[in-house]
Design a protein around this ligand. Structure first.
Ligand code: CAP
Ligand code: MG
Length: 404
């Protein structure tokens, strides 16, 4: 019988034995409760959570807990989460507890198809399968409020300026000021223009985040309207919504997965759920791209964790599942590109909203400046050097500088 291993950091409350605390996690998540009970039959025992190790770490401990494969309903992400990431956070004897990572088994990953496209599939669509350069993306800004016509115009400017990907912002879905039925065809018409003019395919990740009983219908409507990519906010829609979209046979489009609200769980180093666990689950669920954070942007991050998160997404040997394109986004600008690539590598999507639409010479110049920054890195030239004969990059560096 295989075992899924959950790795947890925890800090017991004062006076609570640390071994007892680890055992409490294992019991609460499997067959136990706060007291002994008379109803447990001997044949149930094989489902007991097993504490494999406990090692001191900073102010607390790290433990590995084993969960028998049979405790998991094959293919049910909601139920997987209730086992490995359920009641334990509320145990009063624990001052803090954080799920750090999940090691699944063949049996628990077998039901999942994983990403339909992965990095190679996306690169082939965009045409970077030879150059292997990082992709540049933008988010339509302002986050909400533009009408479909202006949304399409902003998209055209970003696309002709050189981005590979345009996405809706996480709060833009199907509001009355910009209905999807008007926005999507208007944007795609502009991207078709760019394709005709430049030969470049630019992806537009339309946000199909919606109530649970509507999300598939929303996705199918987007397909009928000519979408070439879908986007979903996985925390607010549920990780299983990603699987529903990725595995639906009628949806043959790449899936951009946004993580808004994640920081309520991932940010606190002693309590919550590390992004690593979500990376494992989103890869199983079938996301083709996933936000994991930046080195130089506006969002809080831990570089070691971020590198591990991106490795979890791109590890070539992960139960035969395709990899996931990591997205570095949040406060990015051309001056931060070199640092991002230096630390995160080239299999990365560098996404900038304000860092493109806030360019002194407008969106098109902002997109061009981002691409110039990527080209500089690919040539091994410094941003400052490259900016000497690339005006759009020079203007971006003038406004925002370079991010160390
Ligand atoms: C970035 C963004 C993204 C963040 C989310 C925003 O815009 O559109 O949602 O990247 O953070 O709304 O902030 P800017 P993360 O480029 O203008 O900052 O990717 O870490 O989940
Ligand atoms: Mg956003």
């Amino acid at each position: 019988m295989g075992e899924v291993i959950g790795t947890y950091y925890y800090r017991p409350k004062a006076g609570v034995d640390f071994k007892w605390a680890a055992q409490a996690i294992a019991e609460e998540q499997t067959t136990g409760t706060w007291t002994d009970i008379s109803t447990t039959q001997e044949y149930v025992r094989y489902l007991d959570g097993r504490v494999h190790e406990v090692v001191p770490y900073n102010d607390g401990y790290i433990t590995k807990v084993g969960f028998a494969d049979d405790i998991f309903e094959p293919g049910s992400i909601p139920q997987y989460l209730s086992v490995v990431s359920g009641n334990l956070y509320g145990l009063s004897k624990l001052a803090k507890v954080r799920l750090l990572d999940l090691d699944f088994t063949e049996a628990t990953t077998a039901p999942f198809k994983g990403p339909q496209f992965g990095i190679e599939g996306i690169r082939k669509i965009v045409g970077t399968d030879k150059s292997r350069r990082p992709h540049v993306g933008t988010i339509i800004k302002p986050k909400v409020g533009l009408n479909p016509k202006d949304t399409a115009q902003v998209s055209y400017e970003a696309a002709i300026g050189g981005v590979d990907l345009i996405k809706d912002d996480e709060t833009l879905t199907d509001q009355k000021f910009c209905p999807m039925a008007d926005r999507l065809p208007a944007v795609m018409e502009q991207l078709d223009r760019v394709k005709d003019d430049t030969g470049r395919t630019v992806l537009y990740a339309i946000n199909v985040s919606a109530p649970g009983d509507k999300i598939l219908e929303r996705a199918e409507e987007a397909i009928d309207l000519g979408a070439n990519m879908l986007m979903v906010d996985f925390v607010v829609c549920g990780i299983d919504a990603v699987r529903v979209l990725a595995e639906d046979s009628s949806i043959q489009l790449p899936l951009h997965v946004h993580r808004t609200m994640h920081a309520a769980m991932t940010r606190e180093p002693e309590h919550g759920v590390a992004m690593r666990a979500f990376c494992r689950l989103i890869r199983m669920a079938g996301g083709d791209q996933l936000h994991t954070g930046t080195i130089s942007g506006k969002m809080d991050h831990d570089t070691a964790e971020l590198l591990g998160d991106n490795k979890a997404l791109t590890d070539p040997n992960y139960f035969g599942l395709k990899d996931v394109f990591p997205v570095a986004s949040g406060g990015l600008a051309p001056g931060g590109v070199a640092r991002e690539i230096e630390v995160l590598g080239k299999d990365i999507i560098l996404q900038a909203g304000g860092g493109i639409h806030g360019h002194p010479n407008g969106t098109r110049a902002g997109a061009t400046a981002m691409r110039q920054a990527v080209d500089a890195a690919m040539q091994g030239t410094t941003l400052e050097e490259y900016a000497k004969d690339h005006a759009e990059l020079a203007a971006a560096l003038e406004k925002w500088g370079t991010f160390a």
